[in-house]
Design a protein around this ligand. Structure first.
Ligand code: 1HN
Length: 346
């Protein structure tokens, strides 16, 4: 059973120094720290970034820093438990709020981390991904998978803000994060594939049956359709059952990116949901509505535009308040955890 293990102080100082001079350390003084019993040790804290607090500062960044001096004008949502300079919302998820102003462009590049954009406010923004121009309307999810060219622009008026979520912390930890700059893309579509080729669940281009399934057939998931789908699903599932849809690759039915997963949930007016504890860390972003969450004993009130960090293995409850349903976007690292065989629900 759980015996008390020896510490560094139990060893002769000279022995420890000799080991260190050879770049060697004993395992046993650190074993319980890296492999605790029952539940992982977690530095990530349950935390809410409130859009109402951050928005003015983001707009100020628009005055202080021209886009040419930023490339991406982003305020990063850093979990205070992990250290602000490490730019981690959770150990696997990078989050930032990005501002683009009318007429600005964020230049074309591609990189090894995968990213998604989730639109928070404004109209007229667009992201082009490998030559496909995707309009950005509030709540739309747009994928920019690893290795695909992407650039942003703004043809409307007023600010456009979106939430960036990347698997950067893991790719960076692997010392595998880098970027290549590119020429402006030439756009080949009139409408993105969510409006033409993958118009409806259950229908795929016939020719796709005869080829290897595409890695990233669908880049944009319009919120208008996801929201309606949640409302329709709510009429079909019993009271107390989750109204929760996963964003997937329409050709394979699998998660749309290899490391991070994306889903949208409706919490009915006044409803409290208590999902199982999960081995995945996650963040949730409030698209519509307001409510309160209890995460590992921390109570966090939230409303539209807010973003919340949920540590691995956390005990979680969410309640929608204000007499209206809440709509929430989730990002988690369950796809990677499933692939490596460590995903669990408790
Ligand atoms: C990136 O490529 C974007 O393309 C935004 O908008 C944020 C943060 C870290 C690394 C790459 C973008 C990013 C990023």
């Amino acid at each position: 059973m759980s015996t008390q293990l020896g510490t560094l102080a139990d060893l002769p100082a000279r022995y420890v120094e000799d080991l260190a001079s050879l770049s060697v350390v004993p395992l046993w003084p650190s074993l319980r720290a890296v492999l605790p019993y029952g539940i992982p040790s977690r530095s990530t804290v349950p935390f809410a970034w409130r859009y109402a607090d951050i928005r003015d500062h983001l707009m100020r960044a628009g005055e202080l820093t021209p886009i040419e001096k930023a490339e991406r004008r982003v305020l990063v949502l850093s979990n205070p438990g992990l250290g602000l300079e490490r730019m981690m919302a959770t150990p696997s998820i990078y989050l930032g709020l990005q501002l683009i102003l009318p007429g600005e462009t964020a230049p074309n590049h591609r990189h090894s981390p995968s990213a998604v954009r989730f639109v928070v406010e404004g109209t007229g923004g667009f992201t082009s991904v490998d030559g496909e121009k995707c309009p950005m309307e509030k709540g739309d999810l747009i994928l920019t998978p690893s290795g695909l060219w992407h650039e942003h622009g703004h043809e409307g008026s007023g600010p456009v803000v979106w939430l960036d979520a990347l698997d950067l912390p893991l790719v960076y930890a692997m010392e595998a994060s880098y970027c290549i700059e590119g020429e402006k893309q030439s756009i080949r579509n009139a409408a993105d594939r969510s409006q033409t080729t993958y118009r409806r669940a259950g229908l795929v281009p016939y020719a796709s049956l005869n080829r290897k399934r595409a890695d990233y057939p669908l880049i944009r998931f319009p919120w208008r359709e996801v929201r309606q789908n949640l409302l329709d699903l709510a009429t079909a599932v019993g009271p107390g059952e989750p109204v929760h849809l996963a964003y997937v690759n329409p050709e394979t039915g699998q998660e749309c990116l290899p490391i991070l997963g994306f889903s949208a949930q409706m919490i009915r007016a006044g409803e409290e949901v208590a999902p199982p504890r999960r081995s995945a860390s996650s963040v949730l972003h409030v698209i519509e509505g307001r409510g309160v969450s209890e995460i590992d004993g921390t109570t966090l009130a939230w409303s539209e535009g807010d973003t919340i960090a949920v540590p691995t293995h956390a005990t979680v409850r969410h309640r929608a308040e204000g007499g209206a349903p809440a709509f929430v976007f989730h990002v988690d690292d369950a796809p990677l955890q499933r692939k490596i065989g460590i995903y669990e629900e408790f």
